[in-house]
Design a protein around this ligand. Structure first.
Ligand code: ADP
Ligand code: MG
Length: 398
């Protein structure tokens, strides 16, 4: 079978056709999957993602002295023209008529605006291999690839974490997504074969942790639409903030775990919701991230898998952000005998699970999960074997 062209090959070939082979600057940046540390980021805790070996590629050449950027999104077969003076119309809240499929324009405008591009005129071509909208952060790959190529084209150098923050602002100010720094940080600074242990509080700090070679990473997308996700997410964020206030800590990740059987009721909240399960999840998850980093450094993949299983149970029972489809993928993986461990990944209520498969077993495990899922829900899920790849890099173009 002839392999399909990669994002790099598609972007470079399409750019050559558009720009006639003039000198160009190119960069690629990866998507990511989080191994451990769910809902810890906005609680000042740690996360442990890997960059995946699927990337987005941006290619740029100068075309004249003007202030127009003509941008072609290869995968969407769509082209848009941006004027340096008009980028603010793409700011979240100011856009009144973005047609479906045109959301990519806000990311481009955001990167151009925040990098203070005023000219010269540019041809930009972008293609990506990260599935869009699946929770593998194709949007961070897109922003970081474009920002890295543009930095080169405009002769602006910057520290990778500064670039990650700029791309995070693109999400906040242009896409209207109030995300943390994880996706952009891992897309900027990851190194192959390693996870990134990232502390999500100021000052942000990180460390690379080797992924044991005896683990294969399988991502399973339940394809459940995440309709509940944004309201439930906002409710969890508010609950954590209230709990931190009641416990007198700035970051809930620093609180002491609340024992089972004890409750934490917010007197200011009329529903009288018990916040103790939220605290239990956040504090035990924070401890699991540290334990996972230690297990990885010791090459103890069985321990790492057990921590994933514990994390899933906590997300399901305490934080209550799982769903039957995610639970099915995790239970099937754990019972198969082919996996070290599994959990949901991302905000929850659908989306993806991450499975640590035994070496050489990810193909068989994927078949096993797919058929169990089909039997239980009468429809397919999708599986993707990934490797821990490196962060954004400029590409040498002949
Ligand atoms: P995720 O980041 O989980 O994939 P998002 O909804 O945050 O999901 O980002 C998906 C959006 O990012 C797409 O709708 C599109 O606007 C943009 N995007 C990502 N990759 C590409 C690409 N290769 N071409 C055009 N737009 C892209
Ligand atoms: Mg995204």
């Amino acid at each position: 079978m002839i392999p399909l062209p990669t994002a790099r090959q598609r972007a470079l070939a399409a750019h050559r056709d558009r720009s006639g082979g003039v000198k160009c600057f190119a960069a690629a940046a990866p998507g990511r999957v989080n191994l451990l540390g769910e809902h810890t980021d906005y609680n000042g805790g740690d996360v442990l993602p890997i960059a995946i070996n699927l990337e987005c590629c941006a290619v740029i050449s100068h075309h004249d002295a003007g202030s127009r950027a003509e941008v072609h999104a290869v995968d969407l077969r769509d082209t848009a023209v941006f004027e340096a003076d008009d980028l603010d119309v793409y700011r979240a809240g100011q856009r009144t008529h973005a047609a479906p499929g045109e959301s990519w324009r806000a990311y481009v405008a955001g990167v151009l605006a925040l990098m203070r591009w005023r000219g010269p005129g540019l041809h930009i071509t972008i293609a990506g291999d990260v599935p869009r909208g699946s929770g593998l952060s194709s949007s961070a790959a897109f922003e970081v690839a474009l920002a890295t190529a543009l930095g080169q084209a405009l002769g602006q150098s910057s520290d990778p974490i500064v670039r990650a923050r700029l791309c995070q602002r693109v999400e906040h100010e242009f896409a209207g997504v109030p995300c943390g720094l994880m996706d952009q940080a891992v897309s900027c600074v990851a190194i192959p074969g390693h996870a990134l242990l990232l502390r999500c509080r100021e000052p942000v700090s990180f460390r690379h942790v080797p992924l044991p070679p005896s683990a294969e990473v399988l991502v399973v997308d339940t394809l459940v639409p995440r309709t509940l996700a944004s309201t439930a997410y906002a409710a969890r964020v508010a609950g954590c903030r209230a709990a931190a206030g009641l416990l007198g800590v700035k970051h809930l990740a620093d609180a002491s775990p609340i024992p089972f059987g004890e409750s934490l009721i917010d007197p200011a909240h009329e529903s009288g919701e018990d916040l103790a399960p939220l605290v239990r999840h956040v504090t035990t998850e924070q401890a699991r991230v540290s334990a996972a980093a230690a297990a990885m450094e010791a090459g103890d993949v069985a321990r790492l898998g057990a921590l994933l299983n514990e994390s899933h149970a906590s997300l399901r029972d305490e934080y209550r952000v799982s769903c039957p489809e995610l639970d099915c993928v995790v239970d099937t993986s754990v019972r198969s005998g082919f996996a070290w461990g599994a959990k949901m990944t991302g905000a929850g209520f659908g989306g993806c699970a991450v499975v640590l498969a035994h070496p050489g077993a990810s193909h068989r495990l994927a078949e096993h999960i797919t058929s169990s899922f089909q039997r239980r829900f009468g429809r397919a899920c999708s599986t993707l074997a990934v490797r821990a790849g490196g962060g954004a890099a400029c590409i040498d173009v002949e």
